[in-house]
Design a protein around this ligand. Sequence first.
Ligand code: BES
Ligand code: ZN
Ligand code: MN
Length: 524
Amino acid sequence: MRMKHLLLSACLSLALAPSAMAQDITGSGVVPATVANSAERAIGFAANAPAGAALVVVMTDAALPPLDGVALSAAERQAVAAAATAASFDGKAGATLSLRGIGAHPRILLVGAGTTPSSLALAEAGGKAAQELRSEGHPVTIAGAYGDLSAADVAYGFALGQYRFDRYKTVDKKTPPTGAATFVSADPDAAEAAFTSRWKPLADGVRLSRDLANEPANVIYPESFVARVREAFAATPGVSIEVLDEAAMRKLGMGTLVGVGQGSPRGSRLLAVRYRGAGAPDAPLAFVGKGITFDSGGISLKPGNGMWDMKGDMSGAASVIGAALSLARSQAPVHVVAVAALAENMPDGNAQRPGDITRTMSGKTIEMLNADAEGRLVLADANEYVAKAYKPRAIVNIATLTGAIVSALDDQYAGLFARDEKLADALLAAGTASGEELWRMPLHKNYAEKLKSDVADIRNIAPSQGPGASLGAHVIGFFVDETTPWAHLDIAGVNQADKATSLVPKGMSGFGVRLLDQLARGEE
Ligand code: BES
Ligand code: ZN
Ligand code: MN
């Protein structure tokens, strides 16, 4: 009898094993959690270049600058100048010239920044240098014709450009860089202070955003996204973190957010990271990001080709968090709340069906006609929640919302939709200053006609072809009070780089971190 009982329980646990495995959502059996990306070069500042390093010279024109603090003999200077002339190197932004065999220098790389370079142009020169030096096996020295403090701008670009996501590569790993990157400056302490107070925190924010977006969906899902974010903000002064799990959201009536995640065994989350710096105003600026950790299209399943891309459908959420990290680590005098609307959009017996009607926490109803138009659904509830819980002075959404914006703007601009002119102008200006550029798109009130539902307050798609990106924006805006300044950024075309540019290596770009950081700082 006892034996039989034991056997039975053994059978039971065997029978349970496969389903228990299916419930194993950590992926830890597959992915070693401790693997780190290849080490980046440490960034430092000095008055004199260390010996034995490769040399980068940031140039503003064809003439080699004086280069105080760099050991370059008269003969070596002459050789570099002659090579630059022979190669018609003009110092224009983006130009590079790599030289070897000059004196004992392992390599001399000239990088153009253009005449009277802006802070962004200097950063781009730094990023270009980092890209060129990816497999350089020596420490590097960076010097140039820029002023003392601007060494920090170049270093910032270098930090963005040297990013890599290679933690899962075990073969064919490109030689990691060896040795530090030293930026030569007549006032290294001041340059270092400028870097650590402003630019390093921003590079950290971009790195976090890229890491979150590059991670596959078996590693980053709503719960693990939250865990990573908690880790990144640990012990940062001025920060408070709030997390709503599914039960909490159901209780609040957040039916459109919970509805999207209901086909996935991975619970949805709403994550809010608030940072309030010294002297900042009471009402925060709210950044609300789409955090679909994987978008299969749900019951309105996407075609298989390129579906893997949708591991990056939480890029908006990753970028609002990255911006908050930058502002908090630099202790900026601003008040922001970064909200990540986190869910996994999967087809399943429990998934919501086209035609389903759900309710947001304010009680508004939405008829879901296509389960693949899910971003607007999670943002509807997230916007209502942040408005109620945090009383923000403005709301900015950022989302990989539509394929239509990719057709319109490709990877050059993110689409900007706004009901508030001042906020739109501030965003456009922040885009230009940060290098993450926006293009204004229309939000006509007549779009409402196309989204009228026969049975609910609004539907999530139009029945026929239309201005897809604008219609998506309209649906989101329907859930934001007309009196709250509101804007939405559609980053579906820019969240991923198919090829490297100076500040963005190939892969997930972290688009929005620099822009929102700039917006928050510029506003105060
Ligand atoms: N996440 C996608 C949008 C997307 C497309 C992002 C391409 C990045 C690259 C979004 O959820 C989606 O599926 N949108 C649909 C909306 C449609 C069903 C109204 C689209 O754009 O096709
Ligand atoms: Zn999506
Ligand atoms: Mn979708």
